[in-house]
Design a protein around this ligand. Structure first.
Ligand code: ZN
Length: 218
């Protein structure tokens, strides 16, 4: 089992399920030719896909188009089911930045057939995580900037407040569909600017003032 690393804390929290939100920034939905959704688009990643800052993303042999998606990640600190707004806010224990690595060529084929995105989203090393900051140590204002550079070049840079569904709404919505538990993570969607990565690329993802991660592609 894998555990989340938390800044300023020796606490170990085992990673549960990873729920991901798709199309949560209007400009990103558009760049992939998708409509802006009325409700969050939801999919899952397994905990086995997680690596941490400093690790390597392994390019799967069955794809020629792996994309980066840079995302605010929420850490759930307590069990919640059908939560109201206040309970949903209280269930968020901390924040990190993550990469939702995606096989865009495979995803395109799956979408065409109406199949689930599993093969495009759940491969080993497809979820890269920073250290997390507990909410008690940092108040997220949502005017922070989320960014990604590849080999020093900016690829994604956007304010978090451009999210269509903010963190509390996302937790509330997911908890109406399935129980969330301590150690579950929520990837909140990527801003525009997703693009292909190549072997040897060095990635640096950051949420200004909060946390960052580095990794390379192998
Ligand atoms: Zn994503």
């Amino acid at each position: 089992m894998k555990s989340i690393k938390i800044k300023k804390s020796s606490r170990k929290i085992e990673i549960g399920k990873i729920v991901c939100v798709g199309r949560n920034y209007a400009e990103h939905a558009k760049e992939l030719g998708n409509e802006v959704p009325e409700k969050p688009v939801i999919f899952l990643k397994p905990a086995s896909s997680v690596i941490f800052s400093g690790d390597k993303i392994i390019y799967p042999s069955f794809s020629n188009e792996m994309h980066h998606e840079t995302e605010l990640v929420l850490l759930i600190g307590k069990r919640i089911k059908n939560g109201n707004e206040k309970e949903s806010e209280e269930a968020i224990e901390g924040y990190g930045v993550g990469l939702d690595m995606t096989l865009r060529d495979i995803q395109g084929e799956l979408k065409k057939k109406g199949y689930p995105w599993t093969i495009a989203k759940c491969f080993d090393t497809s979820a890269v995580l920073s250290d997390f900051i507990l909410k008690k140590d940092y108040y997220l204002r949502l005017d922070e900037e989320i960014s990604l550079t590849i080999n020093g070049e900016i690829r994604q840079k956007e304010k978090l407040n451009l999210m269509l569904f903010p963190p509390v709404k996302i937790v509330q919505y997911i908890s109406s569909l399935m129980t969330l538990e301590e150690g579950d993570l929520i990837f909140t969607g990527t801003p525009k600017g997703v693009s292909k990565v190549e072997k040897g690329d060095k990635l640096h993802a950051e949420i200004s003032g909060l946390t960052d991660l580095i990794c390379s592609v192998k």
